[in-house]
Design a binder for this molecule. Sequence first.
Ligand code: NAP
Length: 274
Amino acid sequence: MKFMIVSKGDMRSNEIQETIKRYLTEFDLVYDIEEPDLVISVGGDGTFLEAFHRYVHRLDRTAFIGVHTGHLGFYADWLPSEVEKLIIEIAKTPYNVVEYPLLQVDIQSQSGEENVCFLALNEATIKTADGSVVLDVEIKGEHFETFRGDGLCISTPSGSTAYNKALGGGIIHPSIEAIQLTEMASINNRVFRTIGSPLILPKHHQCILKPAADQSFLMTVDHLSKQYSEIKSIRCRVADEKVRFARYRPVPFWNRVRDSFIAEGDKTFRGQHD
Ligand code: NAP
């Protein structure tokens, strides 16, 4: 099996990276940066996002696993103290694959010449430095509302515990193939009206955001951000591709939610299924 390791870059993460690399190569696994079957992220969820985007072009051939040296560890669910156990599991045991849904964002430019497409593991957001964001929101081909406010966030189920949660969105189990649209400070009065609640769209319902005026937008996709102008539309839907996690033991989603946000102390994950 070919593997590679993405480190957060701090001393502790780099040491763990070196330990894993040394032992796995002693077990005759091949360190391959170009075409890894397994990508090990050592750091926090931010490091995991980086690892995901580095290998987003080969999701069908690469599985991911995370060791957390950060403080939260939502995607990274192995502790530094468990690294030896993890090395033996990777070297000796075939892993189970658990797949989570992703968000696909297609940005169409007015000229049609600068169309781009992204996959997000957590979410995409649309904001502006240019007054309020004004977007016509279409759902399943029908006008739904005209949004005015600070911005919109469209998240995946696994990203529902990230920015989406801070915006009052619901936490969605990643076995549900859906995306969630949440508002950032919408303007609501007698003239402007938005739904106000987070919307959860199933796989077969896409939403299209159309700038109501010529505005430039700051778009984020996970930890990445870029400025766009002259946009015709932004289409958001559940992607056909999925992210694949290598599982050597069960990591129940609700235990992770509890251990990340509620419980301090015992960070050992228990239970039967994701
Ligand atoms: P950052 O601002 O340095 O860190 C954002 C925080 O979100 C970190 O604590 C990170 O965990 C955590 N996080 C990332 N994915 C998560 C998930 N799926 N569930 C729960 N927590 C998660 O930014 P970054 O490290 O580059 O990460 C980019 C992400 O930050 C974005 O995808 C967005 O979700 C999130 N964000 C959140 C807010 C907010 O909550 N108000 C605002 C902007 C961006 P680690 O410490 O383990 O890396």
